[in-house]
Design a protein around this ligand. Structure first.
Ligand SMILES: [Fe+2]
Length: 278
């Protein structure tokens, strides 16, 4: 589908989000009732704050509204990050209120996950997605502490939805989490059937800009090791590979399918979206 958005002037067709959301309304009501009052008032609990609770963290819930015009081709459990690798989506002349989103990616045991992949995409300040290029789209990896930071703008509103950021998150060798991040105090949070209060960010004003924090909890039981595997071969983390480059890894030859910087945890046999066995 080129664009899942429903034009505002076409009132005869219920938005896809509404059709999909009807069955979820009761669930969301129950979820709202279960949310502690401080969270609803804007003081969102971050996963890092629960680190001493000696209890497994609650995984970040799935959330999707079908807005991704280019659903990733699934190759094994890995998705191909078509967007550019970058931590800033800002471009010269891009209008909108500056927004910084930072946080950590944890497993349910509250260990940070290094080298986790986060692929962000969002509407511009007018509520429109770039369905042909990569404006306001980008992927990045958490650092060795499991931390990430995204520089972007506050997304605009479009019919049927409250304000939101899209993100796919994946730890090496694990399943993809597709979800959305929300802004507290938005009137449409009350009426959007897809809205989930568990996905509210902490947002504060910082001069003319906004600063948001959110911790993602992936449903993985332990921190992926990502190596070392000492396999022998020419593949090396930190190398910039171009499409068509060939490497050897543990006695097997692979061809690069997409230019990228090699990272521990994304070795050729673990990343079929990036490396094709020759
Ligand atoms: Fe969306």
């Amino acid at each position: 589908m080129e664009d899942a958005h429903v034009p505002p002037q076409d009132a005869s067709v219920p938005p896809q989000n509404e059709r999909r959301g009807i069955s979820r309304k009761r669930l969301l009501k129950a979820a709202l009732a279960a949310v502690p009052l401080p969270m609803l008032l804007g003081g969102v609990a971050l996963a890092r704050d629960a680190g001493t609770a000696q209890q497994p963290l609650t995984p970040t819930p799935f959330c999707d509204d079908g807005d991704d015009p280019t659903p990733p081709q699934i190759e094994g459990p890995y998705f191909k990050p078509d967007s550019p690798e970058r931590t800033s989506l800002l471009e010269p002349g891009l209008p909108g209120t500056r927004l910084t989103v930072s946080g950590y990616v944890f497993g349910v045991t509250c260990r940070p996950i290094a080298h986790a992949l986060l692929d962000f995409w969002q509407a511009d300040t007018n509520g429109e997605y770039d369905n042909t290029g990569f404006r306001l789209r980008g992927h990045q990896f958490t650092d060795s502490r499991g931390a990430f930071t995204l520089e972007t703008i506050v997304p605009g509103l479009y019919p049927g939805r409250t304000r939101h950021l899209h993100v796919k998150v994946q730890a090496p060798h694990e399943q993809i989490l597709t979800t959305q991040l929300y802004f507290p105090g938005e009137p449409r949070n009350q009426t959007d059937p897809i809205f989930d209060p568990a996905l509210l960010m902490n947002v504060r004003q910082a001069g003319p800009a906004k600063e948001a924090t959110f911790d993602v909890v992936l449903n993985v039981g332990q921190q992926p090791t990502g190596g070392p595997t000492a396999p022998g071969g020419t593949w090396a983390a930190g190398t910039d590979y171009r499409t068509g480059d060939q490497v050897t890894y543990a006695g097997t030859t692979y061809r690069c399918r997409q230019a990228h910087t090699a990272r521990t945890g994304w070795e050729p046999p673990s990343a079929p979206a990036l490396w094709q066995r020759v």
